[in-house]
Design a protein around this ligand. Structure first.
Ligand SMILES: *[C@@H]1O[C@H](CO)[C@@H](O)[C@H](O)[C@H]1NC(C)=O
Ligand SMILES: *[C@@H]1O[C@H](CO)[C@@H](O)[C@H](O)[C@H]1NC(C)=O
Ligand SMILES: *[C@@H]1O[C@H](CO)[C@@H](O)[C@H](O)[C@H]1NC(C)=O
Length: 312
C-alpha cells in the first residue's frame, strides 16, 4: 500500500501509520506514572527512598510490541522515523536512496502456505550442513552454507546432487516472493522499484538455543545494517515460523532511545525497514525451538547488485 501523507479519503488512508517521535515524551509519561506510584508506595510504606529507587530503576526498560504474533494485519502497518544521516556518506540514487525512513510489517504479501514451502526448502538445504553453534545460514545466491565452525559452497560441495534437494519451482517461488517484497518496499517508501537491486547477504537463517561456537553464531548483538554492510539501503525479513508456538525468544527488536519496539515473528510475516542508524536493531536470543527466517536486502547502488539465484 502506498503510504499517504496528510488526510485523504482513499482506502489507503486506512493504512495504520504511526509517527514515532524520537523525543522522550514516552519516558516522561512513564516517569510521571512512576512518580505517582512512588508517592502511593511512600504513603503505604516507610522506606521511601529505597522503594522509589527500586521502582524507577525497574521501569527504566520500556518495551512496546509493534505487532504481536496473534495479530494478522490485513494491510501493512507503517511506522515512520526520521532518517539518520548515514546515507549522506554514500552516493545518492534518485528514486531509491531513502528520503523517507521507517519500518513496516505486512501479513498480506506472503501466504502462510508459501512460507511453509520456503521453510521446507530451508530445512532441506540446512540439513546438508549446519553450524555447531545455534545459528546457521544458507545463502542461495552465493551458495554459502554454515557447516561446523565455517561455511561451504553448496553448489561446489554438492554439485549436481543439489537438484535432488531444490527444485526449479522452489527457486521460482523464492524469486517471486523477493519481487513482491521489493514492490512492497517501493510502494511504502515511495521509490521506483526498478531502481532497487537485491544485494548480499540475502539468506535463510535457522536459529535454535544451542550455545554459540564462533562469532558467526552471535546473531543477537545490536547493529545497524548500513554500518555492518555499506551497500544496504532497505532490509527485509520474511518469517517462516511462529513465535511462541515453534520457538521462544527470537523477537526482532528496534532499539530506539526511548523504547525497545518488538516485532513478533509469524510465518508469512514480512518486516522491512530503511537500513540506517534510525533502525538500530537486534534479535533476542532464541530460548527454545527453532526459528526460521529469510533476510532479503536491497541496495540503490547498481554496483552492489546481485542476481536472483538459479539452479546451476
Ligand atoms: C532496551 O533494551 C536494552 C537491553 O536489550 C536495555 O539496555 C535498554 O535500556 C532498553 N531501552 C529502553 C529505552 O528501555
Ligand atoms: C540446534 O541445531 C543444531 C544443528 O545446527 C543441533 O545439533 C542441536 O542439537 C540443536 N539444539 C537444540 C537445543 O535443539
Ligand atoms: C522508474 O525507472 C525506470 C527505469 O529508469 C523508468 O523507465 C520509469 O519511467 C521510472 N518510473 C517512474 C514512475 O518514475
Amino acid at each position: 500500500m502506498v503510504q499517504r501523507r496528510g488526510k485523504s479519503s482513499t482506502p489507503e488512508s486506512s493504512v495504520i501509520e504511526k509517527k514515532i517521535k524520537r523525543g522522550n515524551a514516552q519516558r516522561q509519561a512513564s516517569a510521571w506514572r512512576g512518580s505517582q506510584t512512588v508517592l502511593f508506595v511512600c504513603v503505604a510504606l516507610a522506606g521511601c527512598g529505597i522503594v522509589g529507587w527500586l521502582y524507577l530503576s525497574q521501569t527504566d526498560d520500556i518495551t512496546e510490541t509493534l505487532v504481536s504474533r496473534s495479530e494478522v494485519l490485513s494491510q501493512p502497518r507503517i511506522f515512520t522515523v526520521q532518517c539518520s544521516d548515514d546515507y549522506e556518506n554514500y552516493k545518492r540514487f534518485p528514486g531509491c536512496t531513502p528520503q523517507k525512513c521507517g519500518r513496516a510489517v505486512a501479513d498480506n504479501v506472503v501466504t502462510r502456505e508459501e512460507a511453509h514451502t520456503l521453510k521446507r526448502l530451508a530445512e532441506r538445504g540446512l540439513s546438508l550442513g549446519g553450524s555447531d553453534g545455534g545459528a546457521s545460514i544458507l545463502d542461495l545466491h552465493s551458495g554459502a552454507l554454515s557447516m561446523g565452525k565455517k561455511f561451504v559452497n553448496i553448489y561446489r560441495y554438492f554439485g549436481d546432487q543439489i537438484r535432488d534437494i531444490f527444485s526449479e519451482e522452489d527457486f521460482e517461488l523464492y524469486r517471486d516472493v523477493r519481487g513482491r517484497i521489493q514492490t512492497l518496499i517501493a510502494e511504502t517508501f515511495g521509490l521506483n522499484s526498478s531502481h532497487m537491486y537485491l544485494t548480499k547477504p540475502t539468506f535463510f537463517s535457522r536459529i535454535n538455543s544451542t550455545a554459540p561456537k564462533t562469532t558467526h553464531d552471535e546473531y543477537w548483538h545490536p547493529h545497524v545494517d548500513k554500518v555492518t554492510y555499506g551497500s544496504f539501503d532497505y532490509t527485509s525479513l520474511l518469517y517462516l515460523s511462529d513465535y511462541g508456538a515453534e520457538f521462544g525468544g527470537g523477537r526482532f527488536v528496534f532499539m530506539d532511545s526511548n523504547a525497545n519496539r518488538t516485532v513478533e515473528p509469524r510465518a508469512g510475516r514480512v518486516s522491512f525497514f530503511s537500513s540506517g542508524s534510525e533502525n538500530l536493531h537486534r534479535v533476542e536470543k532464541v530460548t527454545w525451538g527453532t526459528r526460521y527466517a529469510i533476510t532479503v536486502s536491497f541496495t540503490c547502488d547498481p554496483e552492489h547488485a546481485i542476481a536472483n539465484p538459479a539452479l546451476p
